[in-house]
Design a protein around this ligand. Structure first.
Ligand code: M6R
Length: 607
């Protein structure tokens, strides 16, 4: 959730620290801080609020020094405030720490450290870490960090500097992401690649319990006993532009527009004359025959894509699938065995609950398949099989291109399993293949008419409650449309399956209530129209999303948004773009910070 950076080089450290943090602000943005070491003295500057508060201060009060660490925070323990911001310093000595994660046994450690004479200023879990490192410090920072981490429970990526052991940053990760950037005469640490991409394309992707000793000359990756780990250098292939706004007013709008390309890139190499195939995939027909159950597990938007996956796999491969929310799945008693196939979906590949489910299921011996967007992410490295959505970096908190590419991959998996099981007819395969290939141009058509959605947004912006209705895959899409609207516009919104309305929710409908009805599922369209007639009769104002050319009783709707006609199974991809634009324009109308909605962060690496 938080973003951490670190630098050891020959230039002023704050130049990189602030720039790197600006690329990681999507991970958390309620406060930010840096610590810089200069001639054995460590200076900490930190501020509540956006990174600009910190950078404005550093513009006026320049911090000299070529070694430093930085942090942008998404508060867990303790409100956003100057005091709770990172870096945190030991109350004795000179140890300074930035942390991403949660120290679960911090209360116990805090009590013990107080007994040893340490003092605490903040409400954070993190403040125990510099004090604990100081407790073990005997002139060697690396050894002290190792000893301290032996006592930590929970998750952490740490960057540590010490005025008494200068010219280095010691870092370590456990269940929180951390990479090392290898430059010429300068070395970086960061929570994610975008922070370092303008400086170097050579990185180490750290694994859990790996320590790194960062100096100007490079980075040594070490085990806790100090033995060296021969780490492979990972070459980043995407360009720095991919993590810039590129002329758009927000990352969200840029990413909405990138969807045609993202889908094209995701399809590339996966469909040929022989049907669907995935590089490096080792799931065979025998594996599928032997599978006792299939679970798709994910969080948020990725969970909504998982719901589409259930429909696709059941339809094309005739294999029953259960879909679950990762934070629920991990704490119930799911019937996972060594014959289970677990499919995890995660844009970031770092979401704590999804990762925990993957690890739990692997321990039982289940087969695992991950759908993720980030090469080298923890989930991609730990799953047996990986399919990448090729959406490119997604920076906006509200997921757009990751979602639509996930839905595309879900259809491909359905087709692939259908091929293996012999249940997918040539006709269906051809039809679906064509529909998937046409998606980029159909999305372009939606984008070309975006002003229409700007008009609808003006109506929605005045509302306090909005309802989304759909049936079949349109219900899964309704959930996604509703999430998109609430997360960036703060309008209360609910999604219901059309047929469920009469079982309670219709009580919420009153004069003027806005209801968005999704009508892309041809067989279910008339049923949906009946549901809309029912809400309209109770005073609702209705907005339909329907195919161009479909004959619909227009009198039932106050407004109909038309989308290009596509195969029903892929319609959620096209319709999702309209709903994304609707959420975007509504947030814009309300003057909200679209890329950094309140209380949220992009990568949820704490549970
Ligand atoms: O990185 P992941 O796909 O695992 O993230 C899961 C959710 O946190 C994410 O989809 C979230 O719901 C988005 N903010 C939705 O727009």
């Amino acid at each position: 959730m938080c973003g951490i950076v670190g630098y050891v080089g020959k230039k002023r450290a704050t130049n990189f620290l602030i720039d790197g943090l600006s690329k990681l602000e999507y991970r958390g943005y309620d406060s930010a801080g840096v610590a810089v070491e200069n001639d054995g003295k460590v200076t900490v500057v930190k501020h509540k609020g956006r990174l600009s508060n910190l950078s404005d201060d550093l513009d006026k009060n320049v911090l000299e020094g070529t070694v430093g660490i930085g942090h942008t925070r998404w508060a867990t323990h303790g409100e956003p405030s100057d005091i709770n911001s990172h870096p945190h310093k030991s109350s004795k000595g000179n140890i300074t720490v930035v942390h991403n994660g949660i120290i679960e046994n911090y209360l116990e450690l805090r009590k013990w450290l107080k007994e040893q004479g340490y003092e605490f200023k903040s409400q954070t879990d993190t403040e125990v870490v510099p004090n604990l490192i100081h407790y073990y410090y005997e002139g060697d920072l690396f050894k002290a960090v190792v000893k301290a981490t032996e006592r930590l429970e929970g998750s952490y990526a740490l960057g540590v500097i010490c005025g008494d052991d200068p010219d280095k940053v010691v870092a370590v990760r456990k269940d929180s992401p951390l990479i090392v950037g290898l430059g010429e005469g300068e070395t970086f640490i960061a929570s994610d690649i975008p922070a370092v991409i303008s400086y170097t394309r050579n990185v180490y992707l750290l694994d859990d319990n790996e320590f790194v000793l960062v100096t100007r000359d490079g980075a040594e990756v070490l085990n806790s006993d100090g033995s060296k780990i021969d780490k492979e250098v990972y070459k980043v292939t995407w360009s720095a532009d991919a993590a810039e706004k590129g002329g758009y007013d927000s990352f969200m709008m840029k990413e909405i527009h990138e969807q045609p390309k993202a889908i094209r890139d995701t399809l590339t190499g996966k469909i040929s004359n022989n049907g669907v195939s995935f590089e490096g995939f080792n799931l065979t027909k025998e594996d599928l025959d032997g599978v006792d159950r299939v679970y798709i597990v994910a969080c948020g938007t990725a969970y909504h894509a998982g719901l589409m996956g259930k429909v696709a796999i059941e339809k094309f491969a005739k294999i029953p699938v259960e879909v679950d929310i990762a934070s629920e799945f991990r704490y119930r008693e799911p019937l996972v065995t060594n014959k289970t196939l677990l499919i995890t979906v995660s844009q970031s590949g770092e979401t704590a609950d999804t990762l925990a489910v993957l690890r739990d299921c692997k321990k039982i011996g289940a087969k695992t398949l991950a759908i993720t967007n980030v090469v080298g992410s923890t989930i991609s490295r730990e799953a047996d099989n990986v399919i990448y959505t090729m959406a490119g970096p997604e920076i906006a908190v509200a997921s757009t291109k990751a979602y639509t590419t996930q839905v595309v991959v879900m259809n491909l998996i359905g087709m692939y399993f259908g091929q293996l099981m012999g249940s997918l007819t040539n006709e269906s395969a051809k039809e679906l293949e064509e529909a998937l290939t046409l998606l980029p141009e159909k999305i372009e058509e939606v984008l070309a008419k975006k002003e229409e959605l700007e008009e609808v947004a003006k109506i929605l912006a005045k509302e306090q409650d909005v309802f989304f209705l759909g049936r079949g895959v349109d219900y899964a899409l309704a959930l996604e449309g509703s999430l998109k609207l609430k997360e960036i516009t703060y309008i209360h919104s609910e999604a219901y399956a059309g047929g469920e309305l009469k079982h309670g929710p219709i009580a919420l409908i009153e004069e003027g209530t806005k209801v968005i009805a999704l009508l892309t599922q041809t067989k279910l369209r008339e049923k949906m129209v009946s549901n809309i007639v029912e809400v309209k009769a109770r005073g609702a104002e209705t907005i339909g999303v329907a195919y161009e050319g479909d004959e619909i009783d227009e009198s039932v709707f106050n407004k109909i948004v038309r989308i290009p006609k596509v195969l029903n199974m892929v319609a959620p991809v096209v319709a999702a773009v309209s709903l994304q634009l609707l959420a975007y324009y509504t947030a814009k109308e309300k003057n909200f910070d679209i890329d950094k909605p309140r209380n949220l962060a992009k990568s949820v690496t704490v549970e």
